[in-house]
Design a protein around this ligand. Structure first.
Ligand SMILES: [Zn+2]
Length: 659
């Protein structure tokens, strides 16, 4: 058992701060990078990252042992998704399921591709080859590929922009690229490219208009551009983005709702988030990808406005987004009900994908902070510990009736988890001309190129339970090592070869270490993981008088099963928190808490609903009195956080309870 510091800190998180709205646009974005600049860094792809991590390795293992088999079983045996391809290939039969079900097959292939990198499996690879042959057989002579339209409505192809034809094509392309990168096999890649060629023949500056009702193809086209270097793919992605906001959207039988489809104004004019959450995230990813490659798109200004709007007015403390009663999308600012939260697992995955791109572009740790928040809370809660049950909706409060399921009629979330978890290697490291960036703390080996040098670095860590990280150079490197300082880090020390170094933290919250690195050099980081009491912006009516708890990147919750007095749990400045290692729930650090005479136990939010069904909550009544935003400390802190757009910061020393 480890016993960690026994104290808490009062904290007000910026994610829900009151902000005078009109002043934002002028002050917030003035210093943002101009268009068309190089990325601050490029991700080191999963193919060059080998993960060996106490927290993540079991998850990768479970993904391979349980999640992927569940997806394969559903696709082949339970739902007829694979049979749709067989029938389309044979040219006869009915389509079964929903019109976008092809996309689940593609996402499963993408997940398998990532998984094969860490866990080679010849039998599984053979199965994917069989699937890919069936997919190829369903491709029409003109390159078109969508089993729903081929089997049901061949005459109605490309007549309804909400029917996800390009969305499915985008997922096929992402699967094809991942499978090619993992295995070197290009059958699916060639099939995908033929489908893209088909689209580009029909749509474009010289062809028909098209507004993809569910974005996805844009980011996939940019991946294809990055893989092939063929500019026409990038141009097509750019053209598709530019189609939005001009009234071209249409669908059959129902009226197109531009707000829902992010089609109200040209994308460069977007300032506030609207509509369907997952679609919005994929759109922003596509915009970021195009902006990083094309001069003068005007997208970065829009993306920064949107980022501020999402993270400060529409994001839950778990990094989830979307409200249940708003058609899988956004409500008015600060409307963040806990029990009726939607927080679709796919939307949290979208937050990771988008924030990762923003960090690549701007090199600012604030994006990695949001990425990490969504990852360790909103995404991970989407799957149970065994890896075979899924949440579609991730509320922050439950009466004990909300449970994970083995599958869903609309199975976007299970298949998305299946491809996301094993891709975690994509988010850890980045490289720029003269630096190696460490963005996430996950035990792993990375082999990459920095400038013209081959670099090999090993990372060992006990994250997310303890903020200790040890980096060992397995090769030399001339250049900088840039280490992200997480927003939750409450004090940090860094040593090189056993000697403490004076910390040089840049304006974007990266520690910059520069020296001529030699093989065998060891960098050790120690980040203090305090327990933070978090208050929401007072505009969030649902959380007035409530507080939540975070330690490291993890948001904590209480479940009825651990707490006989569940209904009477409350927090105050007197609450004591004792972090304790416990073997339950796959091995966690739980918080054993005492509040006056009462005691209660908190567990990481991601781990809830893995035992007997009982109620759960993230926000608790606060009996310690309101901390008014009027105090000097608050004002200073608020201004400071706004300037940095940082998500967590401690109150000034005078307000901190002492040990
Ligand atoms: Zn989903």
């Amino acid at each position: 058992m480890i016993r960690i510091s026994l104290f808490s800190k009062i904290l007000f998180a910026a994610f829900l701060f009151v902000v005078p709205q009109a002043s934002l646009a002028d002050s917030q974005f003035a210093d943002e990078r101009s268009e068309g600049q190089q990325k601050s860094f490029s991700q080191v792809p999963f193919t060059q990252v080998s993960i060996h991590d106490r927290f993540w390795s079991p998850r990768l293992e479970n993904n391979a042992l349980h999640t992927i088999p569940v997806c394969i079983d559903q696709i082949e045996n339970q739902t007829g998704r694979m049979q749709n391809f067989e029938r389309a290939g044979a040219g006869s039969g009915k389509h079964s399921g929903i019109f976008f079900d092809d996309s689940d097959v593609y996402k499963a292939i993408e997940g398998v591709a990532y998984s094969l990198m860490t866990k080679p499996d010849a039998q599984l690879e053979r199965k994917m080859d069989e699937w890919i042959a069936k997919i190829a057989s369903a491709q029409q002579p003109d390159g078109y590929l969508n089993t729903y339209f081929t089997l049901e409505k061949p005459a109605e192809r490309w007549t309804d922009m909400d029917k996800h034809e390009m969305y499915c094509g985008g997922h096929m392309l992402e699967a094809a690229i991942a499978y090619y990168q993992a295995t070197g096999k290009d059958t699916l890649l060639n099939v995908s490219r033929r489908f893209i060629d088909h689209m580009m023949l029909r749509f474009g500056p010289a062809g028909e208009h098209w507004v993809p009702g569910h974005e996805e193809i844009e980011l996939a086209l940019c991946k294809l551009y990055n893989l092939t270097g063929e500019r026409r793919y990038l141009d097509f992605a750019h053209w598709l983005l530019e189609e939005r906001g001009h009234g071209y959207g249409k669908m059959k039988g129902r009226k197109w709702n531009p707000k829902y489809y992010q089609d109200e104004v040209p994308v460069r004019e977007l300032q506030h988030i609207t509509g369907h959450a997952v679609r919005a995230m994929y759109l922003f990813c596509g915009m970021a990808d195009v902006a990083s490659n094309v001069e003068g798109t005007g997208y970065m200004k829009a993306l920064n406005s949107l980022w501020y709007d999402v993270t400060h007015r529409h994001m839950y403390v778990t990094g989830g987004i979307g409200v249940a009663y708003r058609s899988e999308g956004f409500s008015v600012p600060y409307d963040l009900p806990n029990r009726e939260a939607y927080c679709e697992t796919c939307a949290s995955i979208g937050m990771v994908l988008w924030n990762h791109r923003m960090n690549e572009l701007c090199g600012d740790a604030k994006y990695a902070d949001v990425l990490e928040r969504s990852l360790y809370n909103g995404v991970l809660s989407g799957i149970n510990l065994a890896g075979d049950r899924f949440f579609y909706v991730n509320p922050l409060e439950s009466d004990g009736t909300h449970h994970r399921q083995e599958w869903y009629g609309c199975a976007c979330c299970p298949s998305n988890v299946c491809r996301f978890i094993p891709s975690i290697g994509n988010y850890i490291y980045g490289t720029s001309r003269d630096a190696l960036w460490v963005n996430l703390y996950v035990g792993s080996d990375v082999k990459c190129r920095v400038g013209r040098q081959d670099v090999w670095l090993e990372q060992e860590t006990r994250m997310p339970w303890e903020g200790s990280v040890r980096l060992t150079f397995k090769s030399g490197m001339r250049g900088k090592l840039r280490l992200r300082v997480p927003a939750w880090s409450d004090g940090m020390t860094v040593s090189v070869n056993g000697r403490d170094v004076e910390l040089e933290v840049d304006e974007h919250n990266y520690v910059v270490l520069k020296r001529r690195w030699r093989k065998g050099d060891v960098v050790e980081m120690k980040m203090q993981q305090s327990v933070f009491i978090i208050a929401a912006d007072p505009h969030v009516k649902n959380n007035v008088g409530l507080r939540s708890i975070q330690r490291g990147p993890l948001v904590y919750c209480a479940e009825g099963i651990d707490n006989a007095a569940y209904d009477s749990i409350s927090l105050s400045s007197e609450t004591k928190f004792l972090p304790e290692e416990d073997a339950m729930l796959g091995g966690i650090v739980k918080l054993s808490c005492t509040e006056k005479e009462k005691s209660f136990t908190l567990i990481p939010y991601y781990a809830w609903d893995n035992r007997e069904a009982t109620p759960m909550r993230v926000w608790f009544p606060w009996t310690g009195g309101e901390l008014k935003p009027k105090s000097d400390g608050w004002s200073t802190l608020k201004v400071e956080i706004m300037k940095k757009s940082r998500w967590i910061d401690v109150t000034p020393k005078s307000q901190q309870p002492s040990l």
